[in-house]
Design a protein around this ligand. Structure first.
Ligand SMILES: Cc1cc2nc3c(=O)[nH]c(=O)nc-3n(C[C@H](O)[C@H](O)[C@H](O)COP(=O)(O)OP(=O)(O)OC[C@H]3O[C@@H](n4cnc5c(N)ncnc54)[C@H](O)[C@@H]3O)c2cc1C
Length: 199
């Protein structure tokens, strides 16, 4: 933003750290350049335990071209922790960028339930379609279990109305998947990643 560079436009609305951005190949749906991490990343440094079992972290530097990037996903760096990311973009300041970032954030505020806690888009858009629209079409907006609710504003968001547990959110996710499959014949895949032990 300070340098008025084009990547500010897609990065401005993405909550998270740079490591998570690479792992998720985070980005926006709008056809702008650049729109995903794959376009700005040149190298990553991964810290991992050596196979030998030695008690000393190994630092591996990988070129972005050695990684496998796809829609909201990046492979080829595991196992380990992404500790450094090199990003690159030509120094070509765009004086309209601040205004465009403001406008993009205004549109996000209008379309997404950013006033309530959520983990962002829950499902990956099915090819040629929008997960939110498919879910909305099955009448699931507002469906809730405990404090976990399919947002009334944007059906691809599950909001926490208060006290929702991770398990309730997962129950809503599986209910949406089975309902959408039964009514619309679409198999929704989650963009959200579950961490830790699940029953
Ligand atoms: C309101 C809202 C709106 C959102 N809008 C968008 C959007 O428009 N586009 C989009 O792409 N995403 C969106 N997201 C999702 C989120 O912003 C991105 O997925 C972001 O990249 C996550 O970054 P994070 O640092 O929070 O990672 P986390 O969510 O904490 O982690 C994501 C994954 O990466 C792994 N990970 C994280 N950091 C590292 C690391 N350093 N090394 C190794 N593994 C790591 C985690 O184990 C996990 O598997 C939105 C989220 C919210 C809450």
């Amino acid at each position: 933003m300070k340098a008025k560079l084009a990547p500010a436009l897609f990065l401005a609305g993405l909550p998270g750290d740079i490591g998570g951005g690479v792992v998720m190949n985070a980005g926006v749906g709008e056809m702008i350049t650049p729109r995903e991490f794959v376009e700005i990343t040149t190298e990553v440094e991964v810290w991992r335990w050596p196979v030998s079992g030695a008690f000393r972290l190994e630092k591996v530097r990988l070129k972005a071209s050695e990684l496998q990037w796809s829609y909201r996903h990046c492979e080829g760096w595991r196992p380990g922790l992404i500790a450094k990311v090199w990003v690159e973009w030509p120094i070509e300041p765009d004086t309209t960028i601040l205004e465009r970032v403001r406008e993009a954030n205004r549109v996000r505020l209008q379309k997404q339930p950013l006033d309530k806690p959520s983990c962002g888009s829950v499902f990956i858009n099915p090819p040629g379609s929008s997960a939110g629209r498919v879910i909305e079409g099955t009448g699931l907006k507002g469906f809730s279990i405990g404090g976990a609710q399919v947002s009334e504003k944007h059906a691809n968001f599950i909001v926490n109305l208060g006290g929702a547990t991770a398990d309730q959110i997962w129950q809503v996710i599986t209910h949406v998947q089975s309902t959408v499959h039964a009514k619309a014949g679409v198999a929704l895949k989650t963009e959200v990643v579950r961490l830790g032990d699940w029953p």
